[in-house]
Design a protein around this ligand. Structure first.
Ligand SMILES: C[S@@+](CC[C@H](N)C(=O)[O-])C[C@H]1O[C@@H](n2cnc3c(N)ncnc32)[C@H](O)[C@@H]1O
Length: 142
C-alpha cells in the first residue's frame, strides 16, 4: 500500500493513516483475530456512516474491523487507525509495509508446530513476550 503516514496522536498512542485498500468489492481477509472485534457487527454499524467519507478515524482500532469493512464496501478511501497497543500498531505497520515477509514468517511457524501444537504455541508466545517483534505476533494471536 502507498502513502502510509505516521501520526503521533497522544503519548503512548500511535496512529497510521492508511490509503484506500485496493481490494474493494472483494472478500477481505482479516489479518488479526482480536478479542472484542467488531467484525460481525460492522455490517450493522456501517449504514450509520455517510457515503462521502473522506477519512475514517477508528479509535481503539484493534483489528480495524470497521475500517476493513468500510474499505470493502467502498465507504471511504482513507483510514486512520489508532490504538494504544504498540505491538499491535507495529503489526499494522508491517501488514502495510512488509506483508510478504510477515506472511512467510507466519507460514513457517504454522508448519513448524505440526505434531506439537500446544507446546509450540506456548514457546512462540513466550518468545514474543520476551523479545517482541511482529513476526511471531500473528501466530500468537491465533
Ligand atoms: C475491544 S478492543 C477493540 C476492538 C476493535 N473495535 C475491533 O474491531 O477489533 C479495544 C482496544 O482499545 C485499545 N485501547 C484501550 N485503551 C486505549 C487508549 N487509552 N487509547 C487508545 N487505545 C486504547 C486496546 O488496546 C484495544 O485494542
Amino acid at each position: 500500500m502507498r502513502h502510509l503516514r505516521l501520526v503521533p496522536c497522544a503519548r503512548e498512542t500511535v496512529s497510521y493513516e492508511l490509503p484506500a485498500i485496493d481490494v474493494l468489492q472483494r472478500r477481505v481477509p482479516h489479518p488479526v483475530p482480536y478479542q472484542g472485534s467488531k467484525r460481525l457487527l460492522a455490517r450493522y454499524i456501517l449504514p450509520f456512516f455517510p457515503n462521502d467519507l473522506e477519512l475514517l478515524v477508528e479509535p481503539f482500532a484493534g483489528s480495524a474491523a470497521v475500517s476493513i469493512a468500510a474499505a470493502s464496501q467502498g465507504k471511504c478511501t482513507r483510514f486512520l487507525l489508532n490504538d494504544i497497543n504498540k505491538p499491535l500498531m507495529a503489526l499494522w505497520h508491517d501488514i502495510v509495509h512488509r506483508p510478504r515477509a510477515l506472511a512467510d514468517a507466519y507460514e513457517t511457524l504454522w508448519h513448524a508446530q505440526t505434531g506439537d501444537e500446544g507446546r509450540y504455541y506456548v514457546r512462540v508466545r513466550e518468545q514474543f513476550n520476551r523479545a517482541g517483534g511482529t513476526d511471531n505476533l500473528p501466530y500468537a494471536l491465533t
